[in-house]
Ligand binder design. Sequence first.
Ligand SMILES: Cc1cc2nc3c(=O)[nH]c(=O)nc-3n(C[C@H](O)[C@H](O)[C@H](O)COP(=O)(O)O)c2cc1C
Length: 355
Amino acid sequence: MKNSKLLTAVGNEDLSFKNRVFMAPMTRGRSKDQVANELTATYYAQRASAGLIFSEGTQISPQAIGWANTPGIYAPAQIAGWKKVTQAVHEAGGLIFAQLWHTGRASHPDFHGGKLPVAPSAVPFHSQAFTPEGVKPSVTPRELTIDEIKATIADYEKAAQAAKEAGFDGVEVHGANGYLPAQFLEDGPNKRTDDYGGTIEKRARFLLEATDAAIKVFGPARVSVRLSPRIPYNDMGDSNLEQTYMFAVEALEKKKIGILHFMESATLPEGLKPLAPEARKRFSGLLVLNVGYDQKSAEQALQTGLADAITFGTLFISNPDLPQRFGLDAPLATSDTSTYYSGSEEGYIDYPPLA
Ligand SMILES: Cc1cc2nc3c(=O)[nH]c(=O)nc-3n(C[C@H](O)[C@H](O)[C@H](O)COP(=O)(O)O)c2cc1C
């Protein structure tokens, strides 16, 4: 493509990315005992030509886990595992952020010795959990106490420190897809009447405190926050999505975080107001958009100034050298959904680069 902006560099005062083709965070279910391994290192190093890689969701504490065979970022063995990954990515010329993940109510008692997963409120929850024994119906969670909330924020800081020790270039607070920070933010799952529920200010507090914890460790420029207002996945809902999320965006702007990673389909159904332009108006750092972009729509979002970079998920699974393919207008391979979480090398590290 002529005059491609996708392949131009972008950055902030602290970081410089070689292109705007970023890799989206993707859980791949290849970590045994919650530890990233050699296979993980090979997979990410193969994709190091991305301007920035966001790691798969990585749990910040034992309580945070909610998906089988996913890695953590709190114990020494996990830090050692991730060191292999960051070294391999850096040697291949890439940059990688760790995505800090707490699944909250999206977890399952099977991960907690039969005890209930935690959430802002004990609201009945209709979804599914990916347990070690397969997919199971979700359960109604129990409400976190204020002391437990404070301890969870401290877990974000410890996890960010662990990420730094492991050699990550920054961290992303996973505030999207109906996981714990989003559960606090939206008024469907959050029925609290204390400092963490009720008004928008109070519902946003958990997300903002988790962000502060990350900033304490990495500084604002190396912190990303991921939000997904238009994605009802995990039984989410809010009575005023735009107001809620634009409050969050304005608060994150004040914190001067480096990246706002905003999920909203590139092709929204007609009649649904896109919120990405509203985020753009309010956020002066790097606005990274995701969901359903291809080369053409990504290029357009960059050319119009709507986005500073785009993350690609499924395209990076099957095209490890995606930026190069975009540059050459080369054909793209499609990914095999049956191996997304299969646990084996197949469908993970065996997608070949261009000959
Ligand atoms: C296999 C798979 C695993 C995913 N895991 C995560 C995850 O751990 N964290 C996250 O924020 N999003 C996750 N996502 C969502 C992706 O980051 C991305 O938003 C989605 O694939 C849409 O982008 P795309 O249209 O470019 O594929 C996952 C998506 C897929 C396909």
